[in-house]
Design a protein around this ligand. Structure first.
Ligand code: SAM
Length: 387
């Protein structure tokens, strides 16, 4: 539901200046200075008009509360509620839940509430859901070990989907219920919850406690981050489709001095850097709409144990210049980090100026020029970035 633009928004916000933290990044690592006696720091993400925050903070004056809301027209009502209730243990950030780590230091937060977040029903919009594993991984960065996320929603489909997201982001589930108020009202209700409960809609709730991240290899981590793509090792069955992709990407191979053929693909699938074992190499195809649209050769632990080496990355010309390359590489960098690597390295032919500009834009820097083995292979830039 869209909110009507509030009249006098700015003066009303200013009248709540004591609760409104205008520069939350400056508060990073120092939130407890606002209430040194606080037992815990608790956040509510997407607090809306703030009924839950106001009542919870009133019930727990021993804890410090920070509510994050990206729509100021809603947040101003929440701030006025807390101000009028005389609460001194609540503060507000007019910001995005996606950027928590800009405002909070690692381990600074004890508990996060997510109440009735927007369900974004279309699969295409799944990454916008506040319980998407990418968001959950962001919350991990500021939550202490064992810190909890308390999640409530009326939306059954969102709830069932979220139950799979929590473990993927290293949260252990407990207190899972699909009808929280079956035996009478439990805990503080939010504005949305009150409305849905009055209509007889059952409320779902679960708690996720921060534990260790699951041990996922790079390919799995990549697949988990790329909605709408399928990531799998290239098999004999996929060979012809991947060869057709490489042929569509002939422009890339020409710049490196390579030709595309069934033999060259077989060689690339098998070739290993010096002193590497086959188990370190993942020759992957990334599928979309029934065809491989990108190919990626990722070698784990070369040339250093904590470096991931990209031996090949090609993207179907039909998908270029639309942000797809950036999406895949961003996911790959995050997957590499999650799998324990601290650097990603690659070799980009000197003649491939477009490729060099792309990798530079992705944060890679030139280490040195080098020559790859192969009769016609052109000199390359060895490029690297930290993850
Ligand atoms: C459906 S409302 C629920 C409000 C409140 N939690 C309740 O239960 O009554 C979702 C709220 O989350 C806010 N929101 C959505 N995405 C957000 C984000 N990424 N960061 C901060 N707030 C967000 C929206 O502006 C909206 O106020």
């Amino acid at each position: 539901m869209r909110m009507r633009k509030k009249k006098n928004l700015i003066p009303r916000m200013e009248a709540c200046a004591a609760l409104w933290v205008k520069d939350p990044a400056a508060q990073k690592g120092r939130w407890r200075e606002l209430m040194p006696e606080a037992k815990a720091l608790r956040l509510e993400l997407g607090c809306g008009k703030g009924r839950f925050t106001a009542q919870t903070a009133a019930t727990h004056p021993e804890d410090l509360y920070v509510a994050v809301e990206r729509v100021p027209d809603a947040m101003v009502i929440a701030m006025e509620r807390c101000r009028d209730g005389g609460l001194t243990n609540v503060f507000f950030i007019d910001g995005d839940a996606a950027a928590l780590s800009d405002c909070f230091a690692p381990d600074e937060v004890d508990l996060i509430y997510i109440n009735f977040c927007d369900p974004w029903p279309s699969v295409k919009h799944a990454p916008r859901r506040l319980t998407h594993q990418n968001f959950l991984r962001g919350y991990r960065e500021v939550l202490r070990d064992g810190g909890e996320i308390h999640f409530k929603t009326d939306n059954q489909a969102l709830f069932e989907w979220s139950l799979f997201q929590f473990p993927k982001a290293g949260f252990e589930l407990s207190e899972v219920t699909r009808d929280l108020h079956a035996g009478g009202v439990q805990g503080v209700m939010t504005d949305y919850e009150e409305r849905f409960h009055a209509q007889g809609v059952p409320i779902n709730r679960c708690v996720g406690a921060k534990g260790p991240l699951p041990d996922v290899p790079v390919a799995e981590g990549l697949a988990a981050r790329l909605d709408g793509w399928k990531v799998r090792p290239v098999t004999e069955e996929d060979f012809d489709a991947v060869l057709a992709l490489e042929e569509r990407c002939a422009d890339f191979f020409v710049l490196g001095g390579w030709t595309v053929s069934a033999d060259s693909l077989r060689r690339d699938m098998a070739e290993l850097p010096p002193k590497c074992a086959p188990s370190q190499k993942h020759f992957l195809a990334l599928w979309r709409e029934g065809a491989p649209r990108a190919a990626l050769d990722a070698v784990e632990g070369w040339p250093r144990p904590r470096t991931l080496y990209i031996g090949l990355f090609v993207l179907d010309p039909a998908l270029r210049r639309r942000g797809n390359g950036r999406t895949v590489v961003t996911a790959l960098l995050a997957a590499a980090k999650e799998a324990g690597f601290d650097r990603v390295r690659l070799a980009c032919p000197l003649d491939n100026e477009g490729g060099h500009a792309f990798w530079t834009a992705m944060g890679f820097t030139d280490l040195r020029q080098d020559a790859l083995p192969g009769e016609d292979a052109r000199p390359v830039w060895i490029m690297e970035r930290a993850v």
